[in-house]
Design a protein around this ligand. Structure first.
Ligand SMILES: [Zn+2]
Length: 694
């Protein structure tokens, strides 16, 4: 039971989720790797400005992204087991490969392990023990399937669902967890959210184009195959798949779109227990909450009341047998990656191959490292931080962050479109942003999780249960402001509007993203812009609706809010023109916050870099001026190749624009870029009426 909070990340993480959620290959792809794979004993080094990654045959004023990344894109075809390949993705894999060696050693060390080392070592060892997993086949699913089969009446559904949610079968019928109260961020309350879908977004159920229709047909076929793996006949399995799709479609239609979800007011409906019960008369919340171990909870945020009305209607109108069919599908779906090959393969075929175009399943070690990170991430993170992160890196990053915050303060003070009242509150908010760098001050205690060297699915479920209880246990307790929403090896960053904090895990503060061996210019362009990006999230279409304390409260004058919207609209209109794949253009109402953050973050990093190097004479290096190095450093974080199928999924689900536009769409709005490369007006990388928010 967890709740997907509205943290604003730098990237959409595509690492392996517990249940692989729904991820194409051009005909000319790389052949499967035949080289024997080995763990890394040290993290490899690539400079944060790499001339070999450029394509100097391209005019930077025509396509700056290709100029900066052309070499990288040519030299880094998408590996068969990836949906996309990028500088971030490559670093993520290097971190994984490094941790693989660490975990292998811990799994086989005969004695002298700390309790945390025992847990991650044995979890990894059990995960890697494929013969044992194969031998069990579908048997680990049997207890859950028996529970469903034993269901005698719809009244018993609540108890069963609570047990399933605790075990980690997230999202069956709905999502339930805890989060900060939008009205009072110091309080943690229960959150009941929409859910219940097996496809990556509600739009997959409602769109009527040929591609969407094709995916639904393939989804039906996939569900039918899974039912057959559970032992059902082909005919029955086909009917069962149709039953599930019908039910999920009804839930999808009642769910908010991703754009609607960007407005926190659409997701805030505080209710007491009676109101929640009245909303779903056919579901016994008393039983659900008691079994979940939170029988006394009185206050809820039902994020999407309309969804719960539709849910109740589905509980009412479907037969008990049909509800059981739905439950069996979701148990099989969420457990499939942890079972024997037929389940793993069928799950991969649909969610990774069909949806995202991936050609090969990831090697076992990669999936296992990913799951350790997901389930015991702060125990694994300690090992990572010990070996790959230093106090010096933390100090340097904090220093850079301070300078970027200073740049934002100066920027806010001199803004011509924001009045003094709003400015005062904006500055107040900026001054209390908490900067979290590297890893948490206090590590999560996993001592109550039992991890056995010979029980993989059991480990998965026990770790998930621990996490569910941890999340629900926060309700009504003082907020832990030290908590992190990402693990230390993660190559990503985020801003959390209710914590009002920016978070940079150790994994994102490594070369080629942050490279202390070279000059400041590319580092400010790269990591500096990321820091600026996260900071401006506190003031974007979503973040600006929360105040300095993290409460949902409008602190903008009407006039200033209008000025903000006008300026952001310039960016929204610009990105709406960009094509993602085929005839699909960017849904720029969805990407607004990220696009505005990319532009603002770059401007703030540039100002901070100038301040940091004031009075210094900066030299040209490798044939580039310092200003050119800043912008090439910026572009080179975003070098990537992506499969068409994955682009289609991202066009629906990803609030970030594709890498090319995250660079070209920014630099066309920055006059200092035009000067740095002496671009002439009228050239593609120079915009006449520039957008500027921050
Ligand atoms: Zn972001």
């Amino acid at each position: 039971m967890s709740f997907a909070r509205t943290a604003l990340c730098f990237l959409l993480l595509s690492a392996i989720a517990l249940a692989q959620t729904p991820t194409n290959l051009p005909a000319t792809t790389t052949p499967p790797s035949t080289t024997a794979e080995k763990p890394l004993t040290a993290l490899p080094y690539t400079p944060s400005l790499d001339v070999a990654s450029m394509d100097k045959t391209v005019d930077p004023c025509v396509d700056f992204y290709q100029y900066s990344c052309g070499g990288w894109r040519k030299n880094n075809p998408i590996p068969g087991d990836q949906a996309a390949w990028s500088v971030y993705g490559k670093l993520h894999e290097d971190n994984q490969r490094f941790l693989w060696g660490v975990l292998q050693e811990l799994a086989t060390r005969p004695s002298g392990r700390t309790p945390a080392e025992q847990k991650i070592g044995d979890y990894f060892g059990a995960c890697m023990n494929e013969p044992a997993i194969e031998k069990l086949g579908a048997r680990p699913l049997q207890p859950a399937l028996n529970e469903i089969a034993a269901l005698k009446s719809k009244k018993d559904l609540a108890a069963l669902l609570a047990a399933e949610h605790l075990r980690g079968d997230e999202g069956t019928f709905f999502n339930f967890g805890s989060d900060q109260d939008f009205a009072d961020a110091s309080q943690v309350i229960a959150f009941a959210g929409a859910g219940g879908l097996g496809l990556p977004d509600r739009d997959y159920y409602t769109k009527t184009d040929a591609k969407s229709e094709e995916i639904r047909q393939k989804y039906l076929a996939h569900m039918a195959k899974m039912f057959q793996l559970l032992g059902d006949s082909a005919d029955k399995a086909k009917q069962e798949a149709a039953t599930v799709l019908k039910l999920e479609t009804a839930l999808a239609k009642a769910s908010l779109t991703r754009v609607e979800q960007r407005d926190p007011h659409n997701l805030f409906h505080k209710m007491d227990r009676k109101q929640v019960q009245a909303l779903t008369p056919d579901f016994n919340w008393d039983v659900y909450l008691r079994v979940a171990g939170i029988g006394n909870v009185q206050t809820f945020n039902v994020t999407e009341p309309k969804f719960y009305q539709a849910l109740n209607q589905q509980l009412q109108s479907n037969s008990l047998d049909d509800l059981k069919t739905y439950l069996r599908w979701h148990v099989a779906r969420s457990s499939a990656p942890f079972l024997s090959t037929p389940f793993v393969q069928e799950n991969f075929e649909f969610y990774r191959h069909t949806l995202r175009g991936v050609q090969q399943i990831q090697p076992r070690w990669k999936r296992c490292v990913g799951w350790v990170d997901r389930q015991l991430g702060e125990a694994l993170g300690q090992e990572f931080v010990k070996r790959a992160f230093s106090d010096d890196m933390k100090k340097r990053t904090l220093g850079m962050t301070k300078l970027i915050e200073q740049a934002m303060q100066e920027d806010l003070e001199q803004l011509t479109w924001m009045g003094p009242e709003t400015k005062k509150q904006a500055l107040e908010k900026l001054h209390v942003v908490v900067n979290k760098v590297g890893y948490p001050d206090k590590w999560r205690d996993y001592s109550s999780v039992v991890i056995k060297p010979d029980d993989f699915l059991g480990n998965v479920q026990r770790a998930a249960t621990f996490e569910s209880h941890r999340q629900l246990g926060k309700i009504g307790k003082p907020l832990d402001r030290g908590e992190w929403g990402m693990t230390p090896p993660t190559v990503n960053a985020y801003y959390n509007p209710q914590m009002n904090d920016i978070n940079f895990p150790a994994g994102v503060l490594e070369p080629p993203l942050y490279d202390i061996k070279i000059d400041d210019a590319p580092n400010y362009g790269n990591t500096g812009s990321t820091i600026g990006h996260e900071l401006t999230h506190g003031f974007d279409d979503e973040g600006r609706q929360f105040d300095s304390k993290g409460n949902l409260r409008d602190w903008w004058t009407k006039e200033d809010a209008e000025h903000f919207e006008q300026r952001a609209k310039c960016v929204v209109d610009q990105y709406a023109q960009y094509t993602v794949v085929d005839d699909i253009t960017i849904n720029s109402k969805l990407t607004e916050g990220e696009d505005v953050a990319d532009l603002g973050g770059t401007i703030l990093a540039y100002i901070a870099w100038k301040a940091a190097t004031k009075g210094e004479t900066l030299e040209n290096r490798e044939g580039f001026t310092p200003d050119q190095r800043f912008f090439i450093g910026l572009a080179q974080w975003a070098c990537e190749n992506e499969r068409d199928e994955n682009l289609r999924v991202n066009a629906i689900t990803n609030p970030h624009s594709p890498g090319k536009y995250r660079i070209n769409g920014v630099v066309i709005n920055v006059p200092e870029f035009q000067q740095a490369f002496s671009c002439k007006s009228g050239q593609p990388m120079v915009r006449e009426n520039r957008c500027r928010v921050w």
